[in-house]
Write a protein that binds this ligand. Structure first.
Ligand code: S3P
Length: 181
């Protein structure tokens, strides 16, 4: 009997969706390695996200983000928490192969701002006094891209544990066992 199953999970969604917290918990439960894309970029380059955005600029950051993610997504048994902009590039989620489960952690603008709070240091697209309307505008402009993920999980009002166990249930169901022809 051969087993065709998910070998990696990539978490996408807006800032404050809980990608890092859920990703870490999910990886621990699966016994897989966890990578946070922003963290990888910062530790490899020695440059903070805020510095990337100011010089060399957001386009250079996006290129680095694309290349580091591509490298990490060639590994097996990993959970990758992406930054909120990674999935918004055209074709990015639709190009993932069947062994990669993409999960959109959905959060509304109010909850995103509440969760991020004043912790905007490494989020140059947010500011301490960012209003709900501005956050909602950015989120809405990205919704169609996030919606291309294979799975959508509403995180509003849910704990990291709730969201993680929901994804684990789906993963258990997605293990398809097939007899060789
Ligand atoms: C960004 C989200 C951030 C970080 C950068 C840009 C975005 O990551 O990659 O500030 O474009 O939404 P988080 O989603 O982990 O906050």
């Amino acid at each position: 009997m051969t087993e065709s199953a998910v070998r990696r999970v990539v978490l996408v969604g807006f800032m404050g969706a809980g990608k890092t917290s859920v990703g870490r918990a999910l990886a621990a439960q699966l016994g897989w390695r966890f990578f946070d894309l922003d963290h990888e970029i910062v530790s490899r380059s020695g440059r903070s996200i805020r510095d990337w955005f100011s010089d060399p600029g957001e386009s250079a950051f996006r290129r680095e983000e694309a290349s580091v993610a591509q490298e990490l997504l060639s590994e097996d048994e990993i959970v990758l928490a992406t930054g909120g902009g990674w999935a918004t590039e055209r074709g990015r989620l639709s190009r993932l192969d069947a062994s990669t489960l993409s999960v959109w952690l959905e959060v509304d603008a109010e909850e995103s701002l509440r969760r991020v709070g004043r912790d905007v240091t490494e989020r140059p697209l947010m500011s301490r006094d960012m209003g709900v309307q501005t956050a909602r505008g950015l989120l809405e402009s990205r919704r169609t891209a996030y919606a291309l993920a294979s799975l959508r999980v509403d995180t509003n009002g849910k704990s990291v544990e709730d969201v993680t166990s929901h994804i684990i249930e789906i993963l258990e169901l997605s293990v398809v066992k097939t007899e060789p022809q």
